[in-house]
Design a protein around this ligand. Structure first.
Ligand SMILES: [Zn+2]
Length: 434
């Protein structure tokens, strides 16, 4: 199992926003190798989605409650200094090093391995199982939306969808020694705006007051001073409620008091630094800025890009209204560049309980809890066809490992990978009949 995983890690399926720079041969080689390692899986009906996406259909005894297991084959480019080369899949002291070990070939290959094992054992799942493997998640490509369209065309309404996201996270919570298996039930929406001020350019020796750059700066400062109203969403309250009793004193007292009131918990999060504050409200980040290209020329146009992460409970329209209101300047033109509403919250009902129960059985020392995902995943597209979209990767991860995703020294332990394979197998075996 480990050799199959390593072989697939060695193929550099890096996705890029520049279509011309895309290494299609690497993706072709990856899909070919996947077929070689998992021949029984590849006997299942398979639909190609987009250029390199895959949608497998494993028919169950019933198709009343179909599920979709998701992952993606693409990885982000290599960054920073690596202890071991990123595409060598070196195994040392029980650790597999390489780009994609956690994000997200680990779960893609673990799902394939679990299905291959069950097919070999002659297992027939109680419900239809669909496997949807995207190829361009890291560049927000169209494989996942196309898979959603394909499922919709076939009349499939998934009982639940499971994609990457949370993990069995160590050191996730201040003062809590136990790992917490966090299952994402919603994710923030990503929207981008451009702020633009046009005015009179000219020579830098004769500037007029409040020109485009100054006016833009004033707008940015106003926005920075007026964040959105904060309120911890239900999933965050639930995460703190479940974790609080396991914290060490005095953190335990602070947390158990805070979770009694949403307002109090919100205040605590806002006071605990930018990461915690982002759990309690929609955020604005001014990312790009431009004015004049020359030191001695007054800008006739100044622009700023604002990246907005919208928390469940807020809407794009509401956030844009807020931006307009706090900037208070009709000469600052606001244009929407990218649209993205937050995902609706998935319920904590029987499907969530199944995921949580399998997790408790395989990771008995871990707490399980819903949470709000801060990053975007392909899963958000599936909220169009399913009420229950969960984001969870059944791998134990330290804080250091979570931080290695998208940077250098990404790695997984052999043990964590094998436990992940067992977890996916158990999930499929425990699908309810009827
Ligand atoms: Zn990913």
């Amino acid at each position: 199992m480990i050799e199959a995983f390593r072989d697939l890690l060695r193929i550099p399926t890096v996705s890029t926003r520049d279509a011309a720079a895309w290494d299609h041969a690497a993706f072709d080689a990856f899909l070919e190798a996947l077929k070689g390692h998992f021949p029984r899986l590849h006997e299942l009906p398979l639909t190609r989605v987009g250029r390199h996406g895959l949608l497998f259909h494993w028919a169950g005894v019933s198709s009343a409650k179909p599920i979709v297991l998701m992952a993606h084959s693409d990885v982000v480019p290599v960054e920073g200094e690596w202890t071991h080369p990123p595409f060598d899949a070196v195994v040392e002291d029980g650790i597999i090093w390489g780009r994609g070990t956690l994000d997200c070939k680990g779960s893609l290959v673990a799902i394939c391995q679990a299905v291959e094992n069950l097919l070999t054992a002659g297992h027939v799942p109680a419900q239809d199982v669909w496997l949807s493997f995207g190829c361009d998640e890291e560049v927000a490509g169209d494989a996942a939306p196309l898979a959603v369209e394909e499922l919709r065309r076939r009349g499939v309404t998934p009982w639940f969808v499971l994609d990457e996201g949370g993990a069995v996270a160590y050191d996730a919570f201040p003062g809590v020694a136990k790992p917490i298996a966090v299952i994402g039930v919603t994710e923030k929406g990503i929207t981008s705006l451009e702020l633009r001020v046009d005015g009179r350019g000219g020579h830098a020796s004769t500037p007029a007051p409040l020109g485009p750059t100054a006016r833009l700066a004033r707008a940015i400062t106003r926005l920075d001073r007026s964040p959105m109203r904060a309120s911890a969403p239900d999933a965050t309250v639930e995460l703190f409620r479940r974790a609080a009793p396991h914290a060490k004193p005095p953190m335990r007292y602070a947390l158990t008091t805070a979770v009694r009131s949403r307002a109090l918990l919100t205040r605590l999060l806002l006071a605990a630094g930018p990461e915690a504050a982002a759990m309690a409200r929609s955020t604005f980040a001014v990312t790009t800025l431009s004015g004049s290209p020359a030191m001695n020329v007054v800008a006739a146009t100044a622009t700023a890009g604002v990246n907005i992460r919208i928390l469940v409970g807020d809407t794009m329209a509401g956030v844009i209204r807020h931006v307009r209101r706090v900037i208070k300047d009709p000469q600052v033109r606001i244009t929407v560049i990218d649209e993205g509403e937050p995902s609706p919250s998935s319920p904590l009902d029987d499907a969530f309980d199944l995921i949580a129960d399998v997790t408790s059985a395989h990771f008995p020392e871990a707490l399980t809890s819903p949470y709000v995902m801060m990053a975007a995943t392909d899963a958000r597209h599936f909220t169009k066809i399913s009420e229950r979209v969960y984001r969870f990767t059944p791998f134990e991860m330290t804080k250091q490992q979570r931080e290695s995703i998208h940077t250098n020294d990404e790695h997984i332990t052999v043990d964590a990978y094998l436990k992940g394979v067992a977890w996916y197998g158990a999930l499929i075996q425990r699908l309810p009949t009827g």
